[in-house]
Design a protein around this ligand. Structure first.
Ligand code: PHE
Length: 346
């Protein structure tokens, strides 16, 4: 009966030597199918236990268990070895040479017009203003009538524009958005800004262009005064230009505000001494503002004996010019890369 034990030993040796030949996952899988399934030679040999009795039966069982667990252990070791080899190969394949020089990506610059527009928006959003957008093509009614500039008003002459038809034009300012915002709010208090492009007849020179950007601002509520306007604009100027910049409020005239002011800040270029940029005055105008005219409030459905408000319109390019020391407004529109390249964020 000892030949059956020899058979077990031989089979075990055969299986283990087969396993030595296994080199990859594929052959490991086929090894598993041949030698470790129910149909394997080892499993079939187990059926011989039926022909044995007593001590031999026990011994045979033990020998079989030993063989099985030897195969199992060797198989697991092989599996681990193959897996580790696969990982090592993958790592080798995916190795990055960090000493290689990097690619030289060329970043584009952002036109300073948009850098400043975003900054102005951020400043007002941070103190609770809503941001609105309005159409560049506006009706005469909103652009002029609702801004207290009737058809025969001389102020129209200063703000001639391109007309699409007799009642529709490219807006001359962002102020019509005041009327749109009040229409929308239907008599409720509001705080909004509206950034956008404006168009008007102008002598194009270093500080004027027939097309430029504005940010309109409007606050309407009970008890709003000129002090609120002043504090708001001072906060704005200090945030944009720093604590040291001088701010000057000058009495002015706009048909849609009463009283009206123009706000100048000391010239960045010459520090207030007078130069070509500030036309010798030491100051540059950056915005118009004032208390919303009672007629405008009335036309927009607000009772001027209950509600009051202030409005302002900031020239975006003017602010950008002062901030970055740009000496000619036309540079914003010429698309010269040498200009834009100076605004690449490093
Ligand atoms: N709309 C005026 C302009 O374009 C600016 C302004 C806005 C003035 C709001 C007062 C209040 O010149």
């Amino acid at each position: 009966m000892s030949e059956i034990f020899t058979k077990v030993a031989e089979l075990k040796e055969k299986i283990l030597s087969d396993l030595k030949e296994v080199k990859d996952e594929l052959s490991l899988k086929s090894f598993q199918e041949t030698h470790m399934s129910k149909k394997s030679a080892l499993s079939q040999l187990m059926s011989e236990i039926r022909n044995l009795v007593g001590e031999e039966k026990t011994k045979f069982g033990q020998a079989m268990n030993d063989a099985r667990s030897a195969v199992q252990t060797a198989f697991q070791a092989k599996q681990k070895e193959i897996q580790e080899k696969a990982i090592a190969m993958k790592l080798e394949r995916e190795k990055i040479d960090i000493t290689l020089p990097s690619y030289n990506y060329k970043l584009g610059g952002i036109n300073p017009f948009y850098l400043i527009q975003d900054e102005i928006i951020d400043t007002f959003v941070s103190i609770g203003y809503e941001v609105k957008e309005g159409p560049d093509v506006e009706t005469d009614y909103y652009n002029f009538e609702r801004m207290n500039i009737p058809a025969d008003h001389p102020a129209r002459e200063m703000q001639d524009s391109l007309y699409i038809n007799p009642t529709t034009l490219l807006r001359t300012h962002t102020s019509p958005e005041q009327a749109h915002a009040m229409d929308e709010k239907q008599g409720k208090p509001l705080m909004m800004i509206c950034p956008g492009k404006t168009y008007r007849r102008d002598d194009d020179d270093a500080t004027h262009s027939h097309q430029f950007g504005q940010v309109e601002g409007l606050v309407v509520g009970k008890g709003i005064t000129m002090a609120n306007l002043k504090a708001t604009l001072e906060l704005f100027v200090r945030r944009m230009f720093g604590e040291k910049r001088e701010v000057r409020f000058r009495g002015s005239y706009f048909p849609f505000t009463e009283p009206s002011v123009e706000v100048d800040i000391s010239c960045m270029n010459c520090g207030g001494k007078g130069c070509s940029m500030c036309k010798g005055t030491g100051f540059i105008e950056i915005l118009g503002a004032g208390m919303v005219h009672p007629n405008v409030l009335k036309m927009s459905g607000y009772d001027p004996s209950v509600y009051s408000g202030f409005a302002f319109g900031v020239g975006i390019e003017r602010v950008a010019m002062l901030r970055y020391g740009i000496d000619d407004i036309r540079k914003f529109y010429q698309g010269d890369v040498r200009f834009i390249e100076q605004f690449i964020r490093k």
